[in-house]
Write a protein that binds this ligand. Structure first.
Ligand SMILES: [Zn+2]
Length: 445
């Protein structure tokens, strides 16, 4: 927890310092939660919320008002939810943030999302795809028409992947138009349109106009409803390359979701080019990770999923000055499906059931999210626990599930710790330094 001097420092200054501190720690969100004891400030770093400070009740209102003011919100409105944004340069750092306010029973809660798309300018190679998946992606996006979907839950780096692909294709002779809500990053040389449903400017409406603007490539921020899905598919079969995102877990559920949205089977089957599904897992700190023996459950999972006998893996071992709790940054776990003729025929045939479709999708050519994740555990990039938590092992391996696993892992780690006399798990004190280091090792997403 960090202490700010509310008595003597100006509230504007404290606000700036909090934001700059969060950015310097690579936080993706700042939460200001009203509690009975004041405003609790938390930072989400590498996907995990951590306490930052408490703003005394006396200063809570001032701080909230200041945040709303710099986000261009109406400061006299505190009962209705509001959205705002901050685009500013504080202490020489360009900041792009989305801010939202919501009135709770204890007062206004504000959340700032810090957008960092610097990763999308580092190219496809920096996104963490295995060489096999990267080859498939390049083949997929170089086809002049069709629809490519990026899927995953909120905050799994779908936008970063989409933007990176667009930048890869962003050449002078290409007309790229996007329709987004919100526009998450401005890209030079691309026409971006913001949806505004208040004035009737919906995804559907913008898309119909876009088609008259002679585009080669269209990015549709997200397919949320049947109307958007249908226009997206139509656009792709009339000679355009369409990118979009869908809120689903994997390739199979994405096909099912589109069929649920009443997209005609014959259109979908000819339009769909490929599906990239992704999740994020925390990246193991390479300075302090440690090898440990695998548990019997882990052994069984590796054997079943990868067909490999794995006796030891790398794991967290306390923390060091380079990381937090043994992790540094996050990495993407991916599944890439290129639609084959067999899959096209199956999509087009309403008598094909889920199991039959599953068999066609998950052939040897496709590495599932679970396989990709476990391979990354073997490389020491992430931990089994991260994959266990994030990649729904329960779904794919119900029959292998071992209810003693967590206990076994706990005992094993305890045993390992006792052996290890080094004191590495000590809390590392952090000082609020208003300085951003550019030479820090970069993570993928
Ligand atoms: Zn470390």
């Amino acid at each position: 927890m960090i202490k700010y001097d509310f008595e003597n420092d100006e509230i504007a200054n404290i606000c700036n310092n909090m934001i700059i501190y969060a950015v310097s720690k690579r936080a993706s969100d700042i939460h200001f939660d009203p509690t009975e004891n004041g405003l609790k400030v938390r930072l989400r770093i590498d996907g995990v919320l951590q306490d930052h400070t408490i703003v005394p009740i006396k200063y809570q209102k001032n701080l909230t008002t200041r945040l709303k003011l710099i986000s261009n919100m109406n400061i006299t409105e505190s009962r209705l939810p509001q959205d705002g944004s901050i685009k500013d340069t504080i202490n020489g750092i360009d900041l792009d943030m989305r801010v939202s306010s919501l009135n709770t029973n204890l007062g206004e809660k504000i959340v700032i999302r810090i957008l960092d798309y610097s990763k999308s300018t580092e190219g496809l190679e920096a996104l963490g795809f295995t060489p096999k998946n990267l080859t498939k992606i390049k083949r997929m996006i170089e086809v002049p028409n069709g629809i490519i979907l990026i899927t995953g839950a909120t905050g799994t780096g779908k936008s970063t992947t989409c933007y990176t692909m667009l930048q890869y294709l962003n050449k002078e002779e290409t007309n790229i138009i996007t329709v987004e809500d919100p526009i998450e990053m401005n890209i030079e040389g691309i026409n971006q349109v913001q949806v505004n449903s208040e004035i009737g400017l919906t995804f559907g409406r913008v898309l119909r106009s876009i088609l008259r603007q002679d585009p080669n490539i269209i990015l549709i921020g997200e397919i949320r409803d049947s109307e958007t899905a249908k226009i997206a598919v139509r656009a792709s079969i009339t000679g355009h390359l369409v990118f979009s995102t869908v809120h689903t877990n994997n390739s199979l559920s994405t096909i099912e979701r589109l069929l649920d949205m009443e997209v005609e089977r014959y259109l979908l089957s000819s339009a769909l080019t490929g599906i990239v599904s992704q999740k994020l897992a925390r990246r193991l700190c390479k300075h302090c990770r440690k090898t440990r023996p695998t548990t019997s459950y882990e052994k069984a999972v590796f054997k079943e999923v990868l067909g490999k006998d794995v006796n030891e893996i790398q794991d967290v071992n306390g923390q060091c000055e380079n990381c937090r709790n043994g992790y540094y940054g996050r990495i993407a776990i991916q599944e890439v499906l290129v639609i084959t003729d067999e899959i096209r025929n199956a999509i087009n045939d309403k008598n094909v059931n889920r199991e039959q479709l599953r068999e066609l999708v998950y052939t040897k050519d496709v590495t599932t999210l679970l396989q990709d994740g476990l391979e990354k555990v073997l490389e020491g990039i992430t931990t089994f626990e991260e994959i266990y938590k994030n990649v729904a092992i329960d779904n794919e391996l119900d029959e292998l599930y071992d209810e003693d696993y967590e206990q076994e892992l706990h005992d094993l780690k305890l045993e390992n710790k006792e052996k290890n006399t080094q004191e590495t798990s000590k809390e590392i004190p952090v000082k609020p330094k208003i300085e951003i280091k550019n030479d820090e090792p970069t993570d993928i997403i």
